[in-house]
Design a protein around this ligand. Sequence first.
Ligand SMILES: [Zn+2]
Length: 207
Amino acid sequence: MLPPRAAAPYNDPMRKRIIFLVLVAAALILTVFVVRQARQREQWARVDRFYPFVPSPHVSPRPFWTNIDCVVVHATAGTRFDSAVTIFQSPKSRVSAHYIVGKDGRVVQMVSIGMQSWHAGSSSLDGAPRVNVYSVGIEMVNRNDGIDPYPDVQYKAVAGIIRRLRTVCDIPASRIVSHAQIALPKGRKSDPRGFDFAKLRRLCGKV
Ligand SMILES: [Zn+2]
């Protein structure tokens, strides 16, 4: 009598059970991730409703798995709030930011938090490229000559935006950065020249 043949691997019931359990675990992990990301987007939408909204056409979707954990602060290199809004609306400019903050503390939002605004350009932070993908961009009206002052009310308005963002995103103080810090190649951007980041971080509170 011949000895019984070993079961073919694909017929092994234990192996089938393990494959089934692995697939179930993967489906569960994926479901939890999808639900978490959907909730995250609902939370982002909540902070969209606070400031007057003037939409810019220069937006891109954020990848589904995005975690927003960075704020990039800019200066407009101009003097007028309305001009900055107009530039971000102009079809030719191909630039935008989530927020513009005037010297009088006025704030307008131009891009929803759930979308990328086009503020960083070629960029990298801590080795991660394409900073637009995972950041929020804030433009401050300022000539960016290092002399034009940033009034207290403007600092407070920027800090107010960041505190609000922190209710729905985890943004450490070390990731509140200047455009100059992230722009590639190094030296491509200088803004916001003369801005006191230590003061901004103090106004934002701990984290
Ligand atoms: Zn900039």
